[in-house]
Design a protein around this ligand. Structure first.
Ligand code: HAM
Length: 424
């Protein structure tokens, strides 16, 4: 950061700039490609919505809604909120545009920024980037497994291997209320501090996720949802596990897994990367079978995930995985005099139309500094054009790996380089 700058990005908000921005975009693209390969279609939604959508959809008792939302009144005095997550907005759009009246499941993916007023630290930002998918309207356990497999394949396409998948079932409206009461009475029988008692009253499941060692010890024998699933939920969960096994997706059962959003039912999961320290959750999701009805739509089921692109980029760095090519261009053209620029501009145009990444030395740079720029750009081939060569219709092609040079007819050079790059 330059001390001369008058302005800075808002606290906790990352900029993505070269050279590392290429990693960010390549990771995001790889994650979206995994969704496309499974038949998900893109959806692009507003970054702000009616505040009530998140209050009702995500849950008033969650930290995300009660503490972390960027909420303000617009000039028409409507309360709007920068979206803290994507699922509520997708459900709003699906209901509003009647997408749930067509073929089911509705399979959608999205990518973009989300906003949470959290305490910034490594891997935790106030503007975070996610790639997410949602599959709405079919309650088939094989679909749960597909959603999880898409995330798993996305991470693998990025090149990650050192992550883990935590899996549980949170039950449903049939079995969760009775379990919740059982857990609550267990917790209220313990000698807990006032804050924790308040949490046990509001959302007892969160106490199971408490990281403090003395609380952990006290809740070691707490009843677990997975042991109190109703028959339907137990059957569904067994089928999800069988599908994951069939797909070859490894997981660990995590009966104490608690998510930060209220809408989850049944299958719930998190991808964790131990190389990331405290902010190790690289993606998470699950079923949200009551959400659509809660937002005024049909009583349809849904399942999806959100992957943190920022954290996936950090995980790739932790595993020393290079996701994007480091080279900014493949060919770099250097005119040795003002008269040669036009001919190289023409060649650059031909190459770019053929899909080759080409840059030129502009501003009459001296040969030495232009060669340095070609090197920094990572170019495989450099084109050197002087007046004598131009006069005979040739150009010097320099192989930056071997240092070999040769003369090639100007009219043929684009075709020759395209062939060589295809072979490489
Ligand atoms: P979430 O677990 O709140 O789920 O967020 C998904 C992912 O976003 C996290 O696993 C993490 O990688 C990333 N993330 C969250 N907060 C931050 C932050 N402050 N800084 C950097 N990365 C962050 C959801 O948002 C759900 N909408 C996912 C979902 C879709 N469930 C069903 N469908």
């Amino acid at each position: 950061m330059s001390p001369m700058a008058d302005f800075h990005a808002p606290k906790g908000v990352p900029d993505y700039y070269p050279p590392t921005s290429t990693q960010f975009f390549a990771v995001r693209e790889a994650l979206q490609n995994a969704a496309r390969r499974a038949g998900y279609q893109p959806i692009e939604l507003p970054v702000f919505e009616d505040t009530r959508l998140f209050a009702r959809g995500v849950g008033e008792s969650t930290d995300v809604v009660s503490k972390e939302m960027y909420t303000f009144a617009d000039k028409g005095d409507r309360s709007v909120t920068l979206r803290p997550e994507g699922t509520a907005g997708v459900m709003r759009a699906v209901i509003e545009h009647g997408l749930d009246r067509g073929q089911l499941p509705v399979k959608l993916y999205y990518a973009g920024p989300f906003f949470r007023y959290e305490q910034p630290q490594a891997g935790r930002y106030r503007q975070l980037q996610q790639v997410g998918i949602e599959a709405i309207g079919v309650d088939d356990p094989a679909l749960d497994a597909e959603v999880i497999a898409v995330a798993d394949e996305g991470f693998r396409a990025v090149g990650l291997t050192g992550f883990r998948l935590d899996l549980t079932s949170l039950g449903d409206a049939q079995c969760r209320p009775a379990y919740r009461e059982r857990l609550q009475s267990f917790l209220l029988g313990l000698d807990l501090d006032d804050d924790t008692v308040a949490r046990a009253r509001l959302n007892p499941l969160r106490v199971l996720d408490d990281k403090r060692p003395h609380i952990r010890a006290m809740v070691a024998d707490a009843p677990l949802m997975m042991d109190h699933l109703c028959d339907d939920c137990a059957t569904h969960f067994a089928a999800v596990r069988a599908s994951l096994d069939a797909l070859g997706v490894a997981y660990e059962l995590a009966p104490r897994l608690v998510r930060g959003l209220d809408y989850y039912t049944r299958t719930t999961f998190e991808f964790v990367h131990p190389g990331l320290g405290a902010q190790s959750g690289i993606g998470g999701g699950g079923r949200y079978d009551g959400l659509m009805a809660q937002l005024g739509g049909q009583a349809l089921s849904g399942i999806g995930f959100g992957i943190g692109v920022d954290r996936t980029v950090l995980a790739a760095a932790a595993e020393h995985v290079q996701v994007a090519p480091t080279a900014r261009c493949e060919v770099y053209g250097i005119p040795l005099g003002a008269g040669e620029q036009g001919a190289l501009v023409t060649v650059a145009g031909e190459l770019r139309r053929a899909g080759v990444r080409v840059d030129l030395a502009y501003g009459g740079r001296k040969l030495k500094s232009a060669m340095k720029a070609a090197d920094a750009a990572g170019a495989r081939w450099v084109l050197l054009l002087g007046d004598r060569e131009l006069a005979v219709g040739e150009v010097t092609v320099r192989d930056m790996e071997s240092g070999d040079q040769e003369s090639v007819p100007l009219a043929a050079v684009a075709g020759v380089l395209v062939q060589r790059l295809r072979r490489a």
